[in-house]
Design a protein around this ligand. Structure first.
Ligand code: GDP
Ligand code: MG
Length: 441
């Protein structure tokens, strides 16, 4: 896919005269690539029309950087298509919210429910899981196993066959127990679609969820639009989670889901395990869709904002791939100083959306400072270690005491470190282009 798009743009830039035909050929090639990435036909056509309006042939002919202009236009257009214009309902810690998960069987609902619960629990919430899937044999066992592993309270029944009754009982119980995030997992049986949608409507009416999340398998292809729309017509879907992004699928169906539900994608699933779950970030997602790789924007940024004399050292560290607590400390410092390197780190996929979400800059800064205070109580050995087993319980306890924090604060900081180390490790062995050699896409 990436090949085909870069080829299209390459061919265009080689053409001596940029006329309408060359631009059309280029757009047709890109259309094919996007269809292969499961972007819905109608959406691709809309995009094509918009691009033609935006890209001015006279500008191209006048020798402006053609590749950049077209690349940027396509990129922006796709980003816009993933933005429904309003954020989804966001649950508040300490206030009770009911979140209902819907989606076809096999899409990853039960797995994603647990990931979503675990994600919030790590941040100090009190989540709980309710199994309202009475259709599939073993559904309750699966949820129970997941929940137990993550130490999250759960509710369900082997006997009861009425999903509405279980959903209501579960929600009531966890409201009494002051849980702040009550998650209702539902069935997604394929066979009797009408019955499924009626069931979703009833569960929703009975539990009055604050948010309904539509879970979509990234590999469902062109079926995404109709599927998302069918759910939206029975319950008021307010957000989307796209699963199995670790597979081959580029996830173009996400654009369809956003268009059909008029709701944003909030997370993506990137594996079967509990922590393979990421806050959705539009730009890296679109890069991937276009086959640009997560890092191209980041690489551009390095050359744009990092002073020349600091580039080699930083790039060296990046390509080594080792991420110690000390490197994390330095980067937090950079971010807080808002220096060029700090700005750059906010471009790192997986860094910004989670660590510094837009609109929460104050809280984010406070968090980084808190993490740094904790790290101030660490020894040089701990800061420079690359051994994940080094941070044992007694060290954690000592650091908590030393920094006047709770053990769970230290653990939270270490979790964040682990997450960032994973992001960072993807840079290992990366070929870094010199300025001026930046590939088009
Ligand atoms: P449900 O029927 O919608 O509840 O789907 P499940 O949660 O039972 O998931 C169906 C299958 O997809 C299971 O084998 C999961 O382990 C797997 N799965 C779910 N999310 C992901 C993901 O993000 N990546 C991968 N590789 N597998 C996933
Ligand atoms: Mg399930």
């Amino acid at each position: 896919l990436g090949g085909s798009i870069s080829r299209a743009i390459q061919q265009m830039s080689n053409a001596t005269v940029i006329d309408e035909k060359v631009l059309n050929d280029c757009l047709n090639e890109i259309t094919r690539a996007l269809l292969q990435a499961d972007v819905q036909f109608k959406l691709v056509r809309d995009m094509q029309t918009n691009i033609k309006k935006i890209v001015n042939l006279d500008d191209l002919a006048a020798g402006h950087n053609k590749r950049k202009i077209i690349q940027q236009a396509i990129f922006n257009e796709l980003c816009k298509m993933l933005d429904p214009g309003k954020p989804s309902f966001t649950p508040k810690k300490g206030k009770t919210s009911v979140v209902m998960f819907v989606g076809l069987q096999g899409s990853g609902k039960t797995t994603t429910c647990t990931k979503y619960a675990h994600y919030h629990q790590r941040k100090g919430w009190k989540p709980a899981l309710v199994c309202a899937d009475t259709f599939r044999a073993g559904a309750f066992d699966q949820l129970k196993q997941n929940a137990t592993k993550a130490k999250i309270p759960f509710y369900g029944s082997y006997m009861e066959s009425d999903p509405v009754k279980i959903a209501v009982e579960g929600v009531e119980r966890f409201k009494k127990e002051n849980c702040d995030l009550i998650i209702v997992d539902t069935s997604g049986r394929h066979k009797q679609e009408a019955a499924l949608f009626e069931e979703m409507r009833q569960v929703s009416e009975a539990t009055k969820p604050d948010l309904v999340i539509f879970v979509m398998d990234s590999s469902i292809g062109q079926a995404a639009f109709d599927q998302a729309q069918a759910f939206k017509q029975s319950v008021s879907v307010g957000a989307v989670i796209v699963t199995k992004m670790d597979g081959h699928a580029k996830g173009g169906g996400a654009l369809s889901a956003v268009a059909a539900t008029k709701s944003p994608v909030i997370f993506i699933g990137t594996g079967e395990h509990m922590d393979e779950f990421e806050v959705f970030d539009v730009k890296p997602f679109v890069s991937r869709l276009l086959g640009m790789g997560d890092w191209s924007g980041f690489m551009d940024k390095i050359h744009d904002v990092v002073p020349m004399d600091q580039q080699p050292e930083l790039l060296q560290k990046l390509t080594e791939g080792t991420f110690t607590l000390r490197i994390m400390y330095d980067q937090f410092q950079n971010i807080l100083n808002m220096g060029p390197i700090g700005q750059m780190f906010q471009m790192l996929p997986g860094f910004s959306a989670e660590l510094m979400p837009k609109g929460h800059e104050k809280e984010s800064q406070a968090k980084l400072k808190r993490y740094m205070t904790i790290m101030d109580s660490m020894t040089a050995e701990e800061l420079d270690s690359t051994n994940p087993k080094l941070m044992n319980a007694s060290r954690i306890m000592r650091i908590a005491r030393g920094s006047g924090r709770q053990v769970r604060d230290v653990e939270e900081m270490l979790e964040e470190y682990k997450r960032l180390a994973k992001v960072w490790s993807k840079m290992k062995g990366l070929k870094i282009p010199k300025k001026g050699e930046m590939s088009a896409l």
